[in-house]
Design a protein around this ligand. Structure first.
Ligand SMILES: Cc1cc2nc3c(=O)[nH]c(=O)nc-3n(C[C@H](O)[C@H](O)[C@H](O)COP(=O)(O)OP(=O)(O)OC[C@H]3O[C@@H](n4cnc5c(N)ncnc54)[C@H](O)[C@@H]3O)c2cc1C
Length: 333
């Protein structure tokens, strides 16, 4: 591990002042960053501990929630308003990692965790453009079963590993940021970049910018939401494919729908094409199939991950069928 200094920020302005230094990193639960530092893939020379900043979950009168970036994943998953109004988020969190890791991991850190591409971690034996720009990517022609099928480039086929972020993408979450130049917000789906030629440049954050909170806008049908994760083991494994979805029916018609995918791209993937194909259409298996096919139409499989296209489509259809059935039962009860 490379030597580094450590400071604990007492408030947001102190964090931003300490984080302005070029090679400093914010430290949440450390469950990803410390691993990467041990492997010398991340080499900050200063750590700014931000776990003392806001971890509260504020409930607003309009039905929205504001979650402090230092909130632990477990606290978010267990919060009553999250479980009742946005169950997709609770389910996504508990589908991830282990109880011990979720107890440590913060919301801010979860958003910025790095990919689990094995070539990214193998800094002694593999080429990786994300780790070393211009080096090449051994995943493109390597063992790429877990890699991206949407939005990838010839420079990088890594996926974003978070479960929580897939639910946030479906819910239209807004990320609150604070930098030296002031505060701003970004839609979570706009926080991330696709890899293009610069896969190391993963987000739209300015240097030293701090995530202070994540806002969940009110969603009238958020209670009818679900997260399904398909993985190689039933626990303690990252998603091959995951689907976060919420649906609102008007009789048999899809009035509104939210859909996002995990395990398919360099960022949590909001399924805008499928959503627009479904709105105003009958909530039928046929239409769910067509919407899933529209979303995956541009998918480009690698040597080992063609199965993800079919798996993603079937998971979308299964999730939407289940939600529609549940919503229509609720309406007739
Ligand atoms: C064995 C194992 C299994 C796992 N399985 C899963 C899984 O199935 N699903 C899943 O989603 N995750 C999984 N994870 C990942 C885990 O969820 C992340 O490690 C965790 O969410 C990161 O949060 P943290 O607070 O520990 O972040 P840290 O490790 O502290 O930080 C991660 C990154 O975020 C930055 N950062 C932290 N806070 C802020 C902030 N407020 N503003 C700006 N930057 C910030 C840090 O500088 C760093 O770059 C797993 C991890 C392990 C070790």
């Amino acid at each position: 591990m490379t030597p580094f200094t450590f400071a604990r920020a007492g408030d947001v302005s102190e964090a931003v002042r300490l984080g302005a230094h070029a090679r400093s990193k914010y430290l949440g639960g450390g469950t990803n960053l410390v691993d990467l530092m041990r492997e010398t893939i991340e080499r900050p020379d200063a750590l700014v501990d931000v776990t003392g900043l806001s971890s509260t979950i504020e409930e607003h009168d309009d039905g929205s929630l504001l979650i402090g970036a230092a909130a632990r994943n477990t606290a978010v998953a267990e919060h009553r308003a999250v479980r009742v109004r946005f169950p997709v988020l609770s389910r996504a969190i508990v589908a991830g990692a282990s109880a011990q890791i979720r107890n440590m991991a913060t919301v801010g850190g979860n958003l910025l965790q790095r990919t689990r591409c094995t070539y990214f971690y193998d800094d002694e034996g593999s080429r990786c453009n994300k780790r070393t720009p211009g080096q090449g990517c051994d995943a493109v022609d390597g063992f790429n079963r877990i890699h991206a099928i949407l939005g990838a480039s010839s420079s990088c086929v890594a996926t974003h590993p978070s479960d929580l972020c897939v639910a946030l993408a479906a819910l239209g979450a807004v990320v609150h940021l604070q930098g030296a130049g002031g505060a701003r917000t970004l839609l979570l789906t706009d926080l991330y970049r696709l890899p293009e030629d610069h896969p190391g440049h993963e987000t739209m954050l300015q240097p030293g910018e701090l995530i202070t909170a994540v806002e969940l806008p009110a969603l009238s049908f958020g209670a009818d939401s679900v997260y399904r994760k398909v993985r190689d083991r039933s626990s303690y494994a990252f998603a091959l494919i995951s689907v976060a979805a919420a649906i609102e029916l008007d009789g048999d018609t899809v009035k509104d729908v939210r859909l996002a995918l995990g395990g398919v791209a360099h960022k949590p993937w909001r399924a805008w094409k499928a959503e627009s194909a479904l709105k105003g259409q009958p909530a039928s298996a046929k239409n769910f199939h067509a919407a899933a096919a529209a979303e995956l139409a541009d998918a480009k499989p690698l040597r080992d991950n063609g199965f993800k296209i079919d798996l993603a489509q079937r998971t979308i259809v299964a999730v939407l069928n289940g939600l529609a059935e549940q919503a229509s039962k609720g309406a007739s009860a």
